[in-house]
Design a protein around this ligand. Sequence first.
Ligand code: MG
Length: 393
Amino acid sequence: MKNLCLLGSTGSIGKQTIDIIKRHGEYKITSLSAKSRIDDLEQQIDEFKPKKVCVYDETKAGILAGRLKNSSTEVLSGMEGLLEIAGDKDNDLTVTALVGMIGIKPTLAAIEAGCDVALANKETLVTAGHIIMKAVKENKVKLLPIDSEHSAIFQCLQGKYGPNGDYTSWYGSPVVEKILLTCSGGPFRGLSYDELRGKTAADALKHPNWDMGAKITIDSSTLVNKALEVMEAKWLFSVDVDKIQVVIQPKSIIHSAVQFVDGSIVAQIGVPDMRLPIQYALYYPERLPLDCGRVDLFELAKIEFAKPDYDTFKGLKFGIDAAKQGGSICTVFNAANEYAVGRFLKGEIGFTQIYDIIEYCMSQHKNIAEPTLDEILWAEQEAVEMSMKFLSL
Ligand code: MG
């Protein structure tokens, strides 16, 4: 049995991770964390009897600790608690399904404890990719992507590692010519910029293919999510941003593809079901059965492709610009978006104002090429302050 630490166990990815583990076993859940959903967490504690759990919200942690007075499970709280469970050297795999930049430090703690990480938290690589990838190398751990596109790319790259494990061939040059990062286009594909203006949170929350949390569903409608995925891919597969091509593929059947130096394109195709990338990361390199649907090529008959509309979906353009620059501007892009989406979900700002806020914050920021963790957190704070300033102008 391998010891598993599951960070973010009450969210969508966390619950699906548990579902997969219950089917195939091999893991003992030794620690869990939740932000504030203590009722769900308590059920999971009853079922798996972990050694430790962490509730990020201090008040909720206190309530849960009261309920678990006679339990063998220890209740921790806050960032300190997350770092304690993630940094446990007995863990074999840590699944990071935390939402937001709070994922950075626990992910780093897991890596530094010599633990493999299955990563579902985008912000970690987006903001601190240079720090994380260096730590992965130094500690010789595996970083396994859970994001569906990156899982697809990872699956396409199996067997293509060069002698250095860095996707270079025996000539020492990269084997990957291009990464084809697919994108459904979201619910507003085909609309003009003016048509986007009037869109509400309720409109944006209707994703055509994927069933996901609110923040990522909005990010999929603005295509900011795809920009964040470009940044993730850049770090995970050490490719230049100009080798990552975003391809609109409305049905989300091709989850991404890799074009190699011999001209071959290898794609991963499947139904849109997050359990597949989760399972692949948990049991890598094994392929185990999964009762998700099957793609019927005859029913599908044709697959459509299109180029993204960068003039309408400005967030994608801004994000790719940030990815090319690298450094703390990526944090600013992410944090300005996170702030704007929060306000948009509350109905306080319009859809295209999300782009306006991002653009303003990026224009105000003095980029730091290789920011430290403190500088990353500072850039986040700056972006929030700039966003508030922009809205009060
Ligand atoms: Mg994705």
